[in-house]
Design a protein around this ligand. Structure first.
Ligand SMILES: Cc1cc2nc3c(=O)[nH]c(=O)nc-3n(C[C@H](O)[C@H](O)[C@H](O)COP(=O)(O)OP(=O)(O)OC[C@H]3O[C@@H](n4cnc5c(N)ncnc54)[C@H](O)[C@@H]3O)c2cc1C
Length: 531
């Protein structure tokens, strides 16, 4: 007789694993189906270049995750029982400029302020102010992130309770560019603040990015470029151990291609190899919403739902080159050359706005290069053989090229990767050819091939614009993880609060499912079991 499951989950990215973990802790029989040979999705770690060099395929900084109750309160025992260990490297981020100067963030805020003071004492004070001001509201933003839509007051309703509520309502709806220009005067400090605000792939001149000007810098000032010892993949792997310890099952190489629907209800998934997997209580998907709607008839979803999803915007996309190195890149920091776990090369506000505009037009911005270079091995020696280092160079580049479409990436990715390396060498000249031991390139098209959930190259589920965030994600009226087809729930970064390794969509979806099953996430965390 076929195995019986209460819940079947599609995809083994961190969000669906987080959701599955809470559900198994509730005593439910859970099965997770993953398309790839390995779990983790964008939080996986793989030997992409040489044996022994562990590269985070996408996510490397677990900053947002620190605010999740899953980690903050260790609700699942991932730290206590499964040994997750994070490190906070110092210095945190450096930004070198063409004029030979640099701005570096240190764990000691006074030291960071000194860096701002080099350019403007007024901006040094502005840095302290922007950190302190966000400190006073971040619990509200955090609560909104880690509460399913419909289970608490809206962000606006919470913020407006404060005496300065009108100010915060305005700030988070503004663009990051407007916020940064209000606080900072010097070109270097503005560029640094906007470079940080752009890290979650939002265009900084877009409305509703105002919060990012506060939150991204605040998160890193307190948590650094917080890195998981052993590689980002340690997080999904710990979740998998927990799920299996609680009696759950994870099967890899199982691509879901269809929903099983009986009457009006979704009862399971069909996989590409002809398998069918049924669930008695709930079917959970982290399949990209754009692909999910293809898995049932339009009639089942409703015409409006499908029309909204068909118009889904992927937002900005990434181009990555991973290197195995014999030494880390050395940047100008103070009066010396030294390594730093993360460097952002943006050069100027004007440059940042030019590459933002090029992205929108599907154009490669050769004249406005930008790079985020991450050397995680500086924080964690266990990732390489002795003396070795890993480096990941990320740029924002369009998936759908105006002159050639996505398919052109296979022709040009080597050349673009080399162009980015030459640019990085202007700031870290020690990255000579003999230092580079191995290389792996992922264009936006490769990122989609690697992970189906990176639809059209989007690593964050899709743009987090006003039309695709909060109660609008993925579709207004369906943001509480329950889909129009009864029995089917959606999690992953196409749901609130969106992309990043936050565990938010996974925990929020578990909250809703447990509520529908007559218990609560709180009760399950306290040890209550359904069966
Ligand atoms: C280059 C890059 C760098 C990033 N850096 C950071 C960072 O430093 N910090 C941060 O917080 N965030 C970062 N992000 C974003 C973050 O990694 C993602 O938003 C997040 O990991 C998404 O998690 P998820 O669980 O929703 O989905 P995913 O991680 O995308 O996982 C989805 C899983 O579902 C599987 N799947 C998809 N379709 C099917 C199907 N039909 N059948 C079965 N399985 C399926 C996929 O194979 C995958 O394993 C980065 C993203 C990219 C692309």
């Amino acid at each position: 007789m076929a195995e019986r499951y209460d819940v079947v989950v599609a995809g083994a990215g961190h969000n669906s694993l987080v959701c599955a973990a809470y559900l198994t802790k509730a005593g439910l029989r859970v099965l997770v189906l993953e398309a790839r040979p390995n779990i983790g999705g964008n939080t996986a770690t793989e030997e992409l270049t040489l044996p022994g060099y562990k590269h985070d395929v996408a996510c490397s900084a677990y900053v947002l995750l620190q605010a999740s109750p899953a980690i903050r309160n260790d609700e699942l025992g991932l730290i206590r029982k499964y040994g997750l260990k994070f490190v906070k490297p110092d210095p945190i981020i450096t930004m070198p400029f063409k004029d030979g100067t640099s701005l570096t963030m240190w764990l000691d805020i006074d030291r960071t302020v000194e860096e701002f003071n080099k350019f403007s004492k007024r901006d040094g004070e502005a840095y302290r102010r922007i950190i302190a001001e966000y400190d006073s509201v971040k619990s509200i933003f955090g609560r909104n992130t880690y509460t399913p839509i419909g289970y608490g007051p809206s962000l606006d309703d919470e913020l407006i309770q404060r005496s300065d509520g009108a100010l915060w309502l305005r700030r988070y709806k503004q663009s990051a560019l407007e916020v940064v220009r209000e606080y900072f005067q010097d070109e270097h400090t503005q560029t640094f603040m906007l470079g940080l605000a752009s890290l979650t792939t939002q265009a900084v001149d877009q409305p509703y990015t105002g919060r990012l000007a506060y939150s991204l810098v605040n998160g890193r000032q307190y948590n650094s470029w917080i890195t998981l010892v052993g590689g980002s993949g340690g997080f999904p792997n710990a979740l998998a151990r927990l799920i299996e310890d609680e009696g759950g099952t994870i099967i890899t190489n199982k691509q879901v291609v269809d929903l099983l629907i009986e009457g009006d209800r979704c009862v399971g998934f069909a996989t590409a190899d002809g398998g069918t997997y049924r669930a008695e209580k709930a079917v959970v998907s982290s399949i990209h919403i754009r692909q999910l709607v293809e898995m049932a008839s339009r009639e089942k979803w409703g015409d409006t739902f499908v029309k909204v999803v068909e118009n889904w915007q992927p937002g900005f996309t990434f181009f990555e080159t991973h290197y195995a190195l014999s030494e880390p890149p050395l940047y100008p920091i103070g009066n010396e050359r030294r390594p730093c776990v993360a460097s952002i090369i943006v050069e100027s506000v004007d440059n940042l706005l030019r590459f933002t505009s090029a992205m929108r037009r599907g154009v490669i911005h050769h004249d406005a290069p930008e790079i985020l270079a991450i050397c995680s091995s500086l924080a964690d020696e266990s990732r390489t053989p002795p003396g070795g280092h890993t480096l990941k160079c990320i740029s924002f580049l369009p998936y759908d090229l105006a002159d050639g479409g996505p398919g052109k990436w296979d022709e040009i990715k080597e050349e673009i990767s080399q162009e980015k390396l030459e640019h990085l060498r202007k700031f870290a000249p020690n990255l000579t050819d003999d230092v580079i031991l191995g290389k792996h390139i992922d264009s936006p098209l490769d990122l989609e091939r690697r992970n189906l959930h990176n639809w059209r190259g989007s690593g964050h589920g899709g743009e987090l614009s006003p039309a695709q965030s909060g109660a609008m994600r993925p579709v207004y009226g369906w943001a509480s993880h329950r889909m129009p087809i009864p029995g089917l729930y959606q999690t992953g970064s196409t749901t609130h609060p969106g992309g990043s390794a936050s565990a938010g969509p996974g925990r929020n979806a578990a909250w809703v499912i447990l509520d529908d099953l007559g218990t609560s996430l709180e009760a399950v965390v306290a040890g209550e079991r359904l069966v």
